[in-house]
Design a protein around this ligand. Structure first.
Ligand code: AMP
Ligand code: MG
Length: 312
């Protein structure tokens, strides 16, 4: 089967195809504002402007099924992807699968690594959640305010670095030497990053950017590793899977790996080219859920569609 996937939840317009269960194409264009964060209508304009060229490059064959990100995400951006998906479904006489974006991150992680029954650590620009399959996806811990990706991006902005800040903070952190004590905010199985960003940003006058970045990463990642370990212990998981854009961070990978090894478990990481938002993961998730396909007239999106909420 030839499945087309359209990703358009926030900063990226992505088109990918899964043909006969294999990823056949995956083209992404990402909105990178010169300064500041992602403004919803500016990002949606960027997605709409770039959609045609990304479709031309990514839609390598006429699709037989079309999947699109239906949430969670930014309303303006979701609408762009949904309208394009609707149009293409009418043109190619296919059905549409509304895909949960978080579930797509998980499913492409499962497919690409081959791991079974993991504790999933989902870390992206919009979300930070600890998830496992328990008669459907269940969220066992999550951020109470901003996501980990958003936290590193915010600190990067305070340093005057452009979006996305994650890779730049990672690079700076490698040269940091001094460990600066910062707030460590874990509440039961949840955590909070907002106060930590403010604390780190207030150190800019006294400390070097490298030392702040290093200490900030150590705190953020240790908090996440702690709740992940607790979830693994309670759920008796032998595998861990890191997915989402922040999964590319080598120090985070290393911390999760050490924690897993110490408890006789194994850690897996989604490959870099499938870690950030992309169309191939939407196509794959659409194929997994092809029984949920709807006619194009019935297409919808839901900005706050939680993974543990059944809408389809
Ligand atoms: P996503 O929303 O899944 O596309 O992921 C985008 C987020 O991942 C942004 O917040 C990026 O700053 C972050 N990110 C990407 N690469 C890295 C990295 N190496 N370290 C930390 N964060 C990263
Ligand atoms: Mg994402």
């Amino acid at each position: 089967m030839k499945v087309l996937g359209i990703e358009s939840t926030a900063h990226s317009f992505g088109v990918g195809m899964v043909i006969d269960n294999k990823i056949a194409s995956n083209v992404v264009r990402m909105f990178e504002p010169d300064s500041g964060g992602i403004h919803p209508s500016e990002s949606a304009d960027f997605l709409a402007r770039n959609a045609a060229s990304v479709i031309k490059a990514g839609m390598i064959e006429p699709p037989e099924l079309i999947a699109y990100s239906a949430g969670p995400g930014i309303g303006h951006c979701l609408k762009v992807g949904m309208i394009i998906a609707k149009y293409l479904a009418v043109k190619y006489k296919t059905k549409l699968v509304p895909v949960n974006h978080a579930e797509a991150h998980i499913e492409i992680g499962l497919k690409s690594t081959g791991v079974t029954d993991p504790l999933v650590v989902y870390v992206s620009g919009g979300n930070t959640q600890i998830i496992a399959d328990n008669q459907g996806w269940r969220v066992f811990g999550e951020t109470q305010d901003i996501s980990l990706g958003n936290a590193v991006d915010k600190l990067a902005r305070k340093f005057g670095l452009s979006h996305p800040g994650g890779p730049k903070i990672e690079k700076l952190a490698k040269t940091g030497k001094k460990f600066i004590e910062m707030p460590y905010i874990v509440k039961g199985m949840d955590l909070s990053y907002s106060g930590l960003v403010t604390h780190a940003a207030n150190l800019i006058e006294q400390e070097s950017q490298a030392d702040i970045a290093y200490s900030f990463q150590e705190h953020c990642f240790a908090m996440l590793t702690e709740i992940s370990e607790r979830a693994m212990a309670h759920l008796d998981k032998k595998n861990l899977l890191l997915v989402g854009g922040v999964a590319q961070n080598k120090r985070l990978q290393e911390m999760m790996d050490i924690m897993c090894k110490e408890r006789g478990a194994k850690s897996f990481v989604v490959p870099a080219e499938l870690a950030g938002d992309n169309g191939a993961m939407i196509a794959w998730s659409g194929l997994v859920h092809k029984d949920k396909a709807i006619s194009p007239e019935k297409a919808w999106f839901e900005q706050k569609w939680r993974l543990d909420q059944s809408l389809i």
